[in-house]
Ligand binder design. Sequence first.
Ligand code: LLP
Length: 432
Amino acid sequence: MFNSECLGVNDQNHLTMGGMDTVKLAEKYGTPLYLMDEDMIRNTCRIYKNSIDEFYNGNGLVLFASKAFSCKYIYKVVREEGLGADVVSGGELYTALSAGFPADKIYFHGNNKTYEEIEMAIDAGVGRLVVDNAYELDLIDEICTKKGKTADILFRIKPGIDAHTHDFVKTGQIDSKFGVALENGEAEEIIRLAMQKKTIQIVGVHCHIGSQIFDLAPFELAAEVMMNFIADMKDRYGLELKELNLGGGYGIMYTEQDDPVEYHEYIKAVSKVISQVAGKRGIEIPFVLMEPGRSIVGSAGITLYTVGAVKEIKGIKKYVFVDGGMADNPRYIMYESKYDALLANRVNDEKDDVVTIAGKCCESGDVLIKDARLPKAQAGDVLAVLATGAYNYSMASNYNRLAKPPVVMVSGGEDKLVVRRETYEDLIRNDL
Ligand code: LLP
């Protein structure tokens, strides 16, 4: 009935998360409200971590791709579970460091890191810079020379793999803005450049082939291509690339149409490919990293809204309006992403209505779900949109000067506010 193991229904016909009544939480914190199940997040971290132990003898590290959900508290949770973190901006880095995240377990990504961001990362002692292009390589060299330091880097490589997902989140193929391509020699070229720089330690290579992927095959293929590249670099230059970072991208269940593979199955399949190529090419198995984001937090989150007006356009459609929308979840307007929703205060009532759930922004496309099957909704109902834990809070905006909702975590029957609701005062804080 639910697309996430953290959800249930209680004897008042209310939706529960981690056993807690979500309607009561909506009353306590107000709506819109992001709710997340911390215990589920921790369990998923453990599945990943155990898989590294089982399939790579512990010779690897899971990095939480914090673009999926970044706030101080999540860095504390994933750190306690033994994960590292992937950050993509000075802002994410600052948040992680403010939460006490160990800098050496941070991998800094991004296709256009600024001078200031690189300097900040080097001063903080981040574990690795994942270098996207030759301009960045020069900046790192310049900054390290000035500071008398060296930088440990990986290169972001485009392995040329089409991961059959939404075009906007496909990043492995040659015309992607990320990284350097293998097939036209760019990757080898940048490695040759880096080998001449005294400030640069080339530790490994990275790829990320896309997001919300359900097939094993593109991951296996990416691992094979990357391992062969590692072997080629050893053969041609005697270069030992000790780390292989295979990015994230594991799909989650948003609606019943989605059929994700168990995460340890991906890791098992990929580990087989890695050891096969290592054996065939006579190279060591590298230290393996992966960067799941969505799959760690996505299914552990829901958003609660209060229903306001219900507008029926006779013979055309019925709109159910909620007190949030594209400002707290821009994924429908950006990608036409599909979600499931239910009435949290009347979970098992008959779903005899088909409606479009729309937000309150001045934008016709401000829709959360088209053709949602719900009980007849009325003002005051609490609507839950499911699987909103990834790329919702992190992509939220203040469009129309809507204040961002708070984030509440539930764990062991307790609720904890981890990001407070923005106030009108917050909205004008930077206005002069
Ligand atoms: N590593 C790198 C280098 C990435 O670029 C990404 C995602 C990840 C890891 C994490 O991927 P995940 O496991 O979460 O699929 N805003 C889009 C998703 C963009 C993902 C960009 N990169 C969305 O809402 O679907």
